[in-house]
Design a binder for this molecule. Structure first.
Ligand code: SF4
Length: 972
């Protein structure tokens, strides 16, 4: 363990020209007189890490500084914490360099130079908040939709969403639309939860683990620990990814699939399993909609819809009686092969539709092998391996449980096959259906919520009907009529005005992308610039680097942000931005609200949002100011509370206009979303003993601090698996406030809401899509999982662009907003374009060479490097390493700014013009998920330029430049 002497004498030397850093130690003693058990700190403060989205517990070791203020000496993992159990990654340890980074913004600022110049004047908070209020107040009274409020990797969306709802704008979302909404929505519509942080493998009981499209993930440390446990138990891991990086590097078998074809590979596995009869018929019959009867008359207006009784319940054929029965009737034994007629209308089961589709030769390994870049023999072998483990290594747990029909089960049936997936399959235009296909694969094995399989973390699972629908009703001076984001159940839930145009600036929830549950942040600036569907007045963003690595068409976005109209005013008139660091986006804002770092403010990682739960326990956590800011900065959420009071927003002021909450910490403790249910579940009620439900407890925050920064409540053993159908789990979930009533449901292999959209595209129903979108909707809204070729491959002028191009976030910087971190820069100071052997040899590359990489949209010139463990027709690079000169307080000669680069310049938010003259969204047509990974390029060897291209002029740094040597002494 690194001791205090090491830390106290730490000096990190940052050579800004080369980017090489030496973290040197000047020891006060020389070997061998080493103090092996030094006093590490004066005090330990326990909070939650925010160096990525994993939400690990950390012990922040503090020392009293020379001025008497507490200083961070070092950070270690909290061994008692449910998420990481003491494990800390490189990012987590490097938090000390994050909270001391020279790039931290220091005070509120208003722009004084042209937009994009980086010229600002420091102002007081009072002036900043007065400016913001003067801009936002009249807007709310006249046209609240002219505020577009979008947040980046915000961990307080239940709060920011409520703020936006009370303001009254329909234009709110976080960054999910350009990250992995396909993963979330594909999971919710299929099984009421997804991978992401909605669930996790049953690490101790899984025997086969297959991971798709994951380099690093939100569940960072748990996956690392889990893989260790899996392997220690003799389990096997498959890594399906074009690039053998991250977790794939430790997989027992790497499957270097062609990007965008995961869905095809998965459906070939489904084909093989169905053909071999290796599916869990009992599970399918009891817990999924496989036995539900579907209208099979193509001439009927209800074609493809479920047969329901008068109460609206789905009907199945009961094997005991041969008659129809409600799916949830006590004792019913649903028949997977039943058929039925109502009058002349035939009905058959979802299972029959599945079998017909997936047993088709179209999905045979031989038919898909070449496209997927995996031999047919290997696909068959993997399917056989999955079947062997799922069925030959099946086991039972001696835990009796009762299902929602009242049927008692003496044991819990285990299926030790678990899957995990993330952005690699999600960020394609076929990602939603691919996510659905993967869920179908694990469902037909009977492994979801079974011991050994994939398990949900509370508050998931929740049926799609248990989630809100999106709301769009705008009334000047009033709140929006409900939450912005949700899950449409049919065309009637779309956000369209009477003239058919979009209610939202990002065109979420329209026929172009009906199920856009997280919005389309990547379309906000381009739509606002184009005035399509309308012009806005103020763009308000938090923690989203939209003028750089968070946007497609980066150069275009910079231009949109600085363009002026004929009247000489900016096309996007006002931009307010909040960030803790001097990111590239800062230069493009008019008003800067500087955020505090994660160790300087309150946060809650709430069950209302994305909690820290584990499959065995519900849990949530807090952050609190373990150090005081040494700058004039404020936590963004507290600033929103202040702004809300100045704007008089309902929910934030009482009848007399007085503030209900003093700041965000006050909100966290005292806000009630529903009576007795608030942002934090633990230590509720006057006595602090309430779990999930109870009155606000004024001592709640301190109780969390005293408890190590988190609260945890274990799920009773009989409720621990089969949660969607387990009566004990449903009862417990109501008791602890996860739901207000029990809501058992069936997994939706067949999605009726999707069929409603597809039927509309076929001309059925009152709500009809525009003609040009009918074919796209018919194809993409298929109610059974399907695979289609990704956008760019299907673009009509794909031309010479035949090489797949991808990015990945490095483990050491995954979700680390601030890759300027002096320690982490040592791991990734610049990013080459990695080229597979076949292309390397074809182009005659040598190490040190450069390539021009072009797409239908643009060109970049970048350094190349050889990588053998890579799909043969794919190039890739680390994402977001390249920096703009002048940003992040880095030297203009820093390698991030001279050799680093972004692939974003090659990706446009619109696809190339089609034959009909139209340019379509570069997004999944189901959810609007940004299709980053559909990119196809051409590469050519070129002479090395002085620096990577395109090179942009420097922006003026509002925080100056960091010193060559970062050094400080901790302690007295
Ligand atoms: S950076 Fe992420 S994985 Fe690492 S300790 Fe922090 S929260 Fe955990």
């Amino acid at each position: 363990m690194l001791g205090a002497d090491f830390v106290n004498q730490l000096e990190t030397t940052l050579d800004a020209d080369s980017g090489n850093q030496q973290t040197g130690t000047r020891m006060t003693h020389h070997q061998p007189a080493i103090e092996t058990s030094p006093k590490v700190s004066d005090e330990i403060r326990k909070t939650t890490c925010y160096m990525c989205a994993c939400r690990c517990g950390i012990n922040v070791h503090m020392k009293d500084g020379p001025d008497g203020k507490k200083q961070v000496a070092y950070i270690e993992g909290n061994r008692d914490h449910p998420v990481n159990k003491g494990v800390l990654c490189a990012k987590g340890s490097a938090g000390i360099m994050q909270v001391n980074a020279p790039s931290r913004l220091k005070n509120p600022m208003k722009r004084v130079g042209p937009r994009g110049s980086g010229e600002f004047e420091d102002i007081s908070w009072e002036e900043a908040l007065t400016i913001a209020t003067d801009w936002l107040k009249p807007l709310r009274e006249t046209a609240p939709e002219k505020l577009a409020f979008f947040t980046g990797r915000d961990q307080s969306q239940s709060f920011t969403g409520m703020w936006a709802q009370n303001y009254g704008t329909p234009n709110y979302a976080a960054h999910g639309g350009f990250c992995s909404v396909n993963m979330a929505a594909g999971g919710i519509y299929t099984m009421g939860g997804a991978f992401w942080e909605f669930g996790q493998p049953d690490w101790d009981r899984a025997k086969l683990f297959m991971i798709f499209g994951v380099a690093e993930d939100h569940d960072s440390n748990p996956i690392k620990m889990g893989i260790g446990r899996l392997k220690a138990n003799g389990g096997k891991m498959y890594g399906v990814n074009p690039i053998r990086s991250g977790y794939n590097a430790v997989a027992d078998e790497w499957v270097g699939i062609t990007p965008g074809t995961d869905g095809l590979f998965i459906l070939a596995l489904v084909h093989e399993l169905l053909k071999a009869g290796k599916v869990d018929l009992n599970y399918l019959s009891q817990f999924t909609n496989s036995p539900v009867l579907v209208n099979d008359d193509p001439k009927s207006d209800d074609y493809g819809m479920f047969l329901r009784n008068k109460a609206g319940k789905m009907l199945v054929i009961d094997r005991k009686t041969g008659k129809t029965a409600a799916f949830d009737k006590k004792g019913v034994k649903p028949d997977l092969g039943g058929t039925h007629k109502v009058g002349k209308t035939p009905y058959r089961t979802v299972f029959q539709l599945m079998a017909e589709r997936y047993l088709s030769d179209e999905y045979a390994p031989d038919a898909v092998a070449e496209r997927c870049g995996i031999t047919a023999g290997r696909i068959r072998a993997i399917a056989a391996d999955i079947a062997r483990v799922a069925f030959d290594e099946a086991f039972e747990l001696d835990i009796p449980w009762t299902d929602f029909r009242g049927d008692k089960h003496e044991k819990m049936q285990g299926r030790p096959v678990a899957f995990h997936s993330m952005r690699g399959i999600s960020a394609h235009s076929n990602g939603f259906q691919t996510a659905r296909a993967l869920h179908m694969l694990q469902i037909i094995l009977g492994s979801v919520e079974a011991p050994g399989g994939f398990r949900f973390k509370p508050p998931y699972p929740k049926p799609v009907e248990g989630h809100p629908k999106p709301h769009f009703e705008v009334t000047p001076g009033k709140p929006l009529n409900g939450p912005h984001l949700g899950y449409p159940q049919g065309p009637e839930d779309l956000g369209l005005k009477p003239d058919g145009t979009a209610v939202r600036i990002d065109k979420a929830f329209t026929w172009e992308n009906p199920l856009s549950a997280h919005g389309l942040m990547h379309m906000v600036i381009s739509n606002a610039h184009a005035g399509d569907p309308y012009k806005i007045d103020t763009l308000f963003m938090f923690m989203a680097n939209m003028s750089w690595n968070s946007s497609m068409n980066t150069s275009g976005v910079m231009k949109m942000l600085t363009d002026k109209g004929d009247d000489g005013e900016y096309v996007i008139p006002r931009i307010i931005y909040s960030d803790a660091y001097s990111s590239e986006m800062v230069a493009y804002a008019d008003l800067i609200l500087p955020d505090a770092t994660y160790l300087e403010r309150h946060d809650c990682i709430s069950l209302l949002d994305r909690p820290i739960c584990e499959a065995d326990a519900m849990a949530d956590s807090i952050r609190w100011p373990v150090i005081e800011p040494d700058r004039d900065v404020r936590g963004f959420q507290s600033v929103l509370v202040d702004l809300a009071v100045r704007l008089g927003l309902p929910g934030f002021v009482d009848d007399k206009g007085a503030a209900i909450y003093q700041d965000y910490a006050d909100y966290i403790v005292n806000h009630q979303r529903r009576p007795g249910v608030g942002p934090l579940a633990g230590f509720r009620g006057k006595d602090g003993k309430g779990v999930g439900r109870g009155e606000p407890n004024p001592d709640q925050m301190q109780a969390y601090i005293d408890n190590g920064g988190f609260f945890e409540q274990h799920i009773p053993e009989e409720a621990s698996y089969f949660k969607p159908w387990n009566a004990a789990y449903q009862k417990w979930a109501v008791e602890v406030g996860l739901f207000d009533h029990e809501q058992p449901y069936l997994f939706s292999i067949y999605s009726e809401p999707m069929r409603k959209f597809q039927a509309a595209a076929e001309g059925i129903g009152e709500h009809q899509p525009p003609e040009h979108l009918r074919a796209q909707l018919k194809r993409s809204m298929d109610p059974l999982p399907i695979w289609y070729s990704p956008n760019e491959e299907a673009a009509e002028d794909g031309g010479d662009f035949t090489v797949n191009a991808l990015t990945q976030r490095p483990m050491a910087m995954y979700h680390s907003w601030g890759t300027q971190n002096a320690w982490l820069r040592q791991l990734h100071g610049h990013n080459p374009l990695y080229v597979p052997t076949k292309l390397w040899e074809k182009h005659g590359f040598k190490e040190g060479d450069w390539a021009q990489v072009s797409s239908p949209h643009g060109k970049i010139t970048v350094p190349v490097s050889h990588m053998a463990a890579l799909n043969g027709n794919t190039v890739w690079t680390w994402n977001a390493i390249g920096k703009r000169k002048g940003a992040w307080a880095l030297d203009e000669g820093a390698p991030e700014a001279t050799k680093g680069f972004l692939l974003n310049h090659l990706i446009h938010e619109l696809l190339p013009t089609k034959k009909d003259g139209m340019r379509w969204n570069n997004s999944d047509p189901v959810t609007g998920q940004a299709a980053w990974f559909d990119l196809k390029v051409k590469i050519e060897k070129v002479a090395a330029p002085a620096e990577s291209q395109p090179a942009f002029p420097p922006i003026k740094s509002p925080v100056g430049k960091g010193p060559k040597n970062l050094a400080w002494k901790v302690g007295k």
